[in-house]
Design a protein around this ligand. Structure first.
Ligand code: BGC
Length: 358
């Protein structure tokens, strides 16, 4: 269990510098929310949840999406937020290392920055980080594959391929790292074989978390290694998220795999297409990160910063952005499969039945 620490001093310090002499009425305060893309379901949900929650708390919100993961657009949107009188910034970075210059302006004006979901690297303007426990996401995916293939009891060998996210997303290191901490010993012992030989993060990365890129790489791996339902055995594909899992699934279905024999595929986000694929028996699991929880936490952080009350954090050791450790709040990810999706996603009100109807 991680120790919950409350960062009172930091909150008070920031609020004193930003709001000295200003109104403490949160109704007057504008918050900038910068999201990476509208092309993936989760960021639309993150953005609209944040906006709704912040407005409910009395804030004015400048919510911007950076086209489809367009870095220059995100940079200029953030610059506009800084010049446009936003008092706090919440940023989900496209490229964690591309915002250093833009955020200097925030630092100069004493505008606190909360890194949302993805850590912003190499910037001392970042005050806090709110995310899900990314390492635990990876552990959850790796353990799922270990248990599904019964790696500890079955003789094997088993065959697996690995698909993760882009190297410019700091989360990728944690997803890949967590999963590989579980699976690497089996690869090293020869119980799990990666026929393609592609096991490093660089080899397994997927540009922009793109479904098409993942599909292309899986197609190449399938043909180079003769994987197929009636040719070479493939038991699992570790996929760090759902958009990547969808590309991998498409490639496997195209060579004849069915719900009866498709390899174990992991994912993350519980995006609607992946939930449908779980219901169809194509994708084995996804990791649910309830964006409502994260949005509510960030609104709480914004409010504490503005009011100068203690900011609730529960991790002070994991996330170093190159300028030092960033105090973080890590929410809990949960494994979702066909067995619990109704309870986790429908009963909780995250989706309606119709959202995931086939
Ligand atoms: C997020 C994942 C998401 C991925 C692609 C990551 O940084 O943590 O939830 O699937 O980006 O958008």
């Amino acid at each position: 269990m991680m120790k919950r620490i409350v960062s009172a001093a930091a909150g008070l310090l920031l609020s004193a510098s930003v709001f000295a002499g200003g109104s403490q009425d949160s109704g007057a305060i504008k918050v900038g929310v910068s999201m990476p893309t509208q092309s993936l379901q989760r960021w639309n949900q993150d953005g609209s949840n944040m906006k709704a929650e912040l407005e409910k708390a009395g804030y004015q919100v400048d919510l911007q999406y950076a086209g489809d993961n367009d870095i220059p657009t995100q940079v200029s949107q953030i610059e506009n937020m800084i010049m446009g009188n936003c008092k706090v910034l919440v940023v989900a970075a496209i490229d964690g290392s591309a915002l250093t210059e833009a955020l200097k302006g925030a630092k100069d004006r004493g505008i606190p920055v909360i890194a949302y979901d993805r850590l912003i690297m190499n910037s001392d303007a970042v005050s806090y980080y709110a995310t899900f426990d990314n390492y635990r996401v990876g552990l959850t995916q790796g353990s799922y594959i270990r248990d599904a293939l019964q790696l500890d009891t079955e003789p094997g060998p088993f065959y697996m391929e690995i698909f993760t996210g882009p190297t410019d997303d700091n989360n990728t290191n944690f997803f890949y790292g967590g999963a590989m901490d579980i699976l690497r010993p089996y690869i090293d012992s020869g119980k799990v074989i990666v026929r393609s030989g592609q096991t490093t993060l660089a080899q397994c990365s997927t540009l922009n978390w793109s479904t098409e890129e993942a599909q292309k790489r899986m197609e190449n791996i399938i043909s180079a290694n003769q994987y197929g339902p009636s040719s070479n055995q493939l038991d699992a594909v570790l996929c760090s998220n759902d958009s990547v899992a969808n590309g991998v699934t498409n490639a496997l279905l195209a060579v004849g795999y069915t719900e009866e024999n498709i390899p174990v595929i992991t994912g993350q986000d519980c995006d609607k297409p992946s939930v449908k694929n779980m219901i169809r028996g194509y994708q084995a699991m996804s990791v649910f990160k309830d964006t409502r929880t994260l949005a509510a936490k960030v609104v709480e952080m914004v409010d504490a910063i503005v009011k100068g009350t203690p900011v609730d954090i529960n991790d002070r050791e994991t996330y170093d952005n190159g300028t030092g450790i960033i105090p973080s709040f890590l929410c809990d990810p949960v494994a979702v499969t066909i067995d619990n999706y109704k309870e986790m996603l429908i009963d909780s009100g995250y989706y309606t039945e119709a959202d995931v109807a086939l």
